[in-house]
Design a protein around this ligand. Structure first.
Ligand SMILES: [Zn+2]
Length: 546
């Protein structure tokens, strides 16, 4: 068995030996060696099989995948950590827009122009109301960001009370990456718009967005999947802004037409945002937005397994490992294939989660570890947000979150990026574990993607928990491979496409070492003297820390 530093310090004290596991002792390195390519490949083959139908939350394929994870946790001898055995059922509202009912009409110079759904715009449903509609003036508000602490505001000098705000995604590139991640979130933007009295929102497309997600793809996906929200114990949907009576995303062609003849052209608006310059201005015309939505109440489970700690005190603290189990189900066919298997996103992460659990279950550490295969990440980080609000272990006892989402092993990987590690004491811990498995640690190479808030760790960050999100970096051990080019090709052609399936290449040697590094991170945090802490004065620590 592993002997904790506390037990060593208190050598011969009965409490230590009393808590020793009864099964034959396994040391940490033997536990790490139990992680195999064969097991990882078997999990991926099951989870990303066409028979799972893309693991959409609330559907049969997801439920089968959840059962599969629960069976693996069970055979490893873990402790069920849900509210209902291995499961934490997450109550969800699933809603679909009535596509026939949508309207977007521009009212300019005494003329009404009805735009066409999909051809010109797309929109999502309302989380609660069956029918909504709004008509108001449109005000261009850049990114829709108000960040006084860094001296940036898109709202200076414009009044949006009773107006529809038109904005781009993301946030100014000049913001420090943490602030940029925080302010680029749709939640932060909606809260700011509502606080200022806006009653509708129009989403605009950046040049970068046009390049990575062509409008044809947006059109093809529109209306193919339900929107979802989790429901509080008092029956309220999460992140609902009833003040917003209508919202739509418009195509670039339409944006050019609508901005023409206003104080700013669409090209000038794009130039301004690319230069991180606020150029907000009323556009001088009105639009009407309308739609009907149908609603259904469903549940979909998080799967939760616990490896209890061995130290009588420290076992009351929990390191939470997460990977989302869901993906995008069946949708618009691409080259005749309509199943969005989500092999890398996130059968891969889930498989790594299962094998990390297998290792530490063989040789438990001082602190406890919780392993959660999460539901409804693809519907808006819902399973993690629900768990972070209603944890199955005491909330204060969650000391860290390690999240895996779409780790790409498309080539022999040389480096790992630990998004978010620079915010807390986890940086050293994670760095050492990664180096021990032959990788190097690389700082976030693409802060413009705001990845730290785009996966499930952010649900824990928002509850004050120091967290990291691990992904392979852009460097290959094979100098002839341009890792960034290979990953960009995946993001462009396979990310959220039916072709993210079992035909994608996998470098298994890197995958196995990454799983081992993940388990090492758990062991390291579990045995440290004090729990992880946010860095002094850190943005997220100050904003959300407890
Ligand atoms: Zn994902």
């Amino acid at each position: 068995m592993r002997i904790s530093p506390l037990c060593l310090a208190a050598l011969m004290i009965a409490a230590c030996s009393k808590d020793a596991p009864e099964q034959p002792a396994v040391d940490e390195s033997t536990a790490l060696d139990s992680i195999t390519q064969e097991a990882l490949a078997a999990h991926i083959a099951y989870l990303a099989d066409d028979a799972r139908e893309g693991r959409m939350a609330g559907q049969k394929g997801y439920d089968e995948a959840a059962q599969y994870v629960a069976d693996r946790f069970d055979e490893m001898g873990m402790t069920p950590g849900g509210d209902d055995g291995w499961y934490q059922p997450v109550p969800l509202i699933s809603y679909r827009i009535d596509e026939e009912s949508t309207t977007l009409i521009a009212h300019r110079d005494g003329e009404d122009t009805a735009l066409q759904y999909k051809e010109h715009y797309v929109m999502g449903g309302d989380k609660v109301r069956a029918e909504t509609g709004v008509r108001a003036e449109v005000v261009y508000v850049g990114f829709g960001v108000h960040a006084p602490e860094v001296g940036y505001s898109d709202y200076d000098g414009v009044d949006v009370e009773g107006k529809i705000v038109a904005m781009f995604g993301n946030a100014p590139a000049t913001l420090p990456s943490e602030e940029r991640a925080y302010y680029s979130s749709g939640r932060t933007k909606a809260q700011e718009a509502v606080r200022r009295g806006a009653i509708g929102m129009i989403g605009l497309r950046s040049r970068r967005f046009d390049e990575f997600v062509p409008w044809d793809r947006v059109k093809a996906q529109a209306g193919t999947r339900p929107g979802m929200a989790w429901v509080t114990l008092t029956g309220e949907p999460s992140d609902y802004y009833p003040e917003i009576l209508g919202s739509a995303f418009i195509s670039t062609d339409v944006a050019h037409e609508l901005f023409a003849g206003t104080p700013i052209s669409f090209a000038e608006a794009r130039d301004a945002t690319e230069a991180s310059t606020a150029a907000s201005v009323p556009l001088g015309f009105e639009v009407s937005i309308g739609k009907r939505t149908t609603h259904e109440v469903i549940t979909s489970p998080n799967v939760v397994g616990i490896v209890p700690g061995t130290d009588p005190e420290l076992k009351n603290e929990y390191i939470v490992f997460t990977a989302h189990l869901d993906h995008n189900g069946v949708g618009a066919p691409v080259d005749g294939d309509a199943i969005y298997n989500g092999m890398y996103d996130n059968a891969m992460g889930t498989s790594l989660l299962i094998e990390t659990a297998r290792a530490v279950a063989k040789s438990p550490a001082e602190r406890s570890m919780v392993f959660i295969a999460l539901t409804a990440e693809e519907r808006g980080l819902l399973g993690s947000d629900y768990y972070a609000h209603y944890p199955t272990v005491p909330s204060d006892a969650i000391i860290a979150n390690i999240n895996l989402d779409m780790p790409l092993f498309l080539y022999p990987v040389a480096d790992i990026i630990a998004f978010g590690s620079e915010h807390s004491s986890l940086e050293n811990t994670v760095g050492e574990a990664i180096v021990a498995e032959g990788f190097t640690l690389t700082p976030d190479p693409m802060p413009e993607e705001n990845l730290f808030r785009r996966s499930d760790q952010y649900s824990f960050v928002r509850r004050g928990v120091p967290s990291v999100y691990l992904k392979p970096g852009f460097t290959s051990t094979d100098p002839s491979i341009d890792g960034k080019a290979v990953q960009d090709e995946h993001r462009k052609n396979h990310y959220h496409q039916p072709s993210d399936d079992l035909s994608r290449p996998v470098d298994w040697d890197s995958t196995v070492r990454f799983a081992r590094a993940n388990a090492r991170i758990g062991y390291a945090i579990a045995s440290e003297e004090s729990r992880p802490a946010w860095n002094e004065g850190d943005f997220f620590g100050e904003k959300f820390g407890r």
